[in-house]
Design a protein around this ligand. Sequence first.
Ligand code: ATP
Length: 360
Amino acid sequence: MENFGVKSNAADVIFTNVTKVYSQQSIAVDQISFNVRAGELMTLLGPSGCGKTTTLRMIAGLEAVTAGTIVIGGSDVTHRPASDRDVSMVFQSYALFPHKTVFENVCYGLIFSGLSKTDAEEKAKLGLELVGLEHLKSRFPSELSGGQQQRVAVARALVLEPQVLLFDEPLSNLDAKLRRSVRDEIRDLQQRLNLTVVYVTHDQEEALAVSDRIIVMDEGKISQIGSPRELYEQPKSLFVANFIGDSNILPCTVSHSNKKEKVLTIGQVKIKKTDISAKNGSTSALIRPEHIKLTQKETTSALAGTIEKATYVGSKIEYNVATSVGSIFVISLSDHQEFRVGENIFLKLAPEKLNILDTR
Ligand code: ATP
């Protein structure tokens, strides 16, 4: 695939027990350890204030570490200043120089890092070709759309051929329509050039779409690390289950059936499961709305319910169903049978999609 001569120096990033304390009252990051593989796009995801930006800024060297170590490409960079780290950052605000042209903006970092004017210009040209903006090189940032400014910021970071490229909420200044295409472009470039990228967002859908793996953070700690599919299908905690995607959290009891099998009791329904290691007793089970099937047929393995609300949203219908274990949210494809508000129905929960959460 075409990479216009821009090289990848992708390196791994290893955090070991890293803590950042701003003041006694503010422990922003609390003993976190993780490993970003070379050539991987890792996203830091979590609600406002959970420590994502602080973590990103510690990789860049823009924030000092209180305790722990950071290793990039085999070198301990924990106490190295930002200028001595081979890391580039694309800021939320793009941080372009308003009085420099697009071309001068992209050249600036290259000349600053010691390249001759001719070499810097050659590289800047390649960088702009890579993001498809060669034809706008003489414009000023104010003469560009938000998406184009974003691409200039990406080109400016890419041409430095960093070991790690950091993105801090790169789509937050774009309108909803542009967000999807710019996010696809970032992912495409990352894969094409085999870059190590650490990406911050609080938008779970964006995180699922762009990442190889995601670190879900909560109050300065890591809740779970996994691929988008692992986090969606096997969240380990209520926090992760609620943060990523729509979910139903149902009270349930786990009991033994035989050595190989356990029985989950949810309301009046008993469901056999072989793929769980949960301890016996009461706990919570997670099921996603698309893994529940509604039917008029009564069976012992289906939960009884009454349709409270039905919303047609194009390709699917969303239902709220009242049951003995609370209101359950169900998504069904709109070419399937439709149910009316007030109708008594049964909910079939796919056993293999029921996940026991670690709530004890
Ligand atoms: P957001 O999505 O809102 O940007 P975040 O997950 O990036 O949030 P951080 O900006 O890393 O969170 O902040 C983590 C915690 O550290 C917050 O409680 C915040 O108030 C605190 N914090 C951040 N910067 C400072 C600072 N310079 N001085 C004191 N506390 C700070």
